[in-house]
Design a protein around this ligand. Sequence first.
Ligand SMILES: [Zn+2]
Length: 227
Amino acid sequence: MLRLVLLPADKAGNLLQALWQSALDFFFPPHCLACGRVGSHYCVHCLAELPFPPIHCTPESALRLQIAAAPFEGALRTAIHALKYEGARQLAPLLAARLAEAVARSDFRAQAVVPMPLHSERLAQRGYNQSALLAESLAARLRLPYLPNAVQRIRHTAPQVGLNRQERAANVANAFRADPEQVRGLRLLLVDDVITTGATMRACAEALHQAGAAEICGLSVAVATLH
Ligand SMILES: [Zn+2]
């Protein structure tokens, strides 16, 4: 396999993956899954037609606010799946713009942006963290510091899919550790792609709170309902 000079193997692998994706996008440009416009798996026009879900406020907990930018349904659901598993990175700036709009509708004044971390093993398998793509793009848009290593997953957790509310909370309890040096005293936006019960968001916010973060606002592209 082609090995790029002066880059470690994992970086070269990621770069090759990104180049391959760009080539695929050039020859087979993606279409908006809702309206068919060429350019991306979802488009700004269809996004603008979706409602903003109500902001979930829990002032007594480590996670003061939970903001979602859209409902997790229809074509957006398929587009988020493409971002997460099929390397549809071009969706990140589009969805980050919507995240910025959702934050602007709240009273939260963030000082830094933190992505929901993936466990290192899963990151190695997938090659990228979709939440990090979203968080980095959002931070650039809001002109805020981006803190990709502020919080880590310290143990491997089973996927939350298929678990009920209690099982989800138990699955992610104590799964995170945050770095006090990076987060102490700050109001943080914690970014994930989808919130379902909020169990992962709450566990991660708890770790950030214990590390001295002043306030944490959970922010997701979409909010799903648990059936
Ligand atoms: Zn569209």
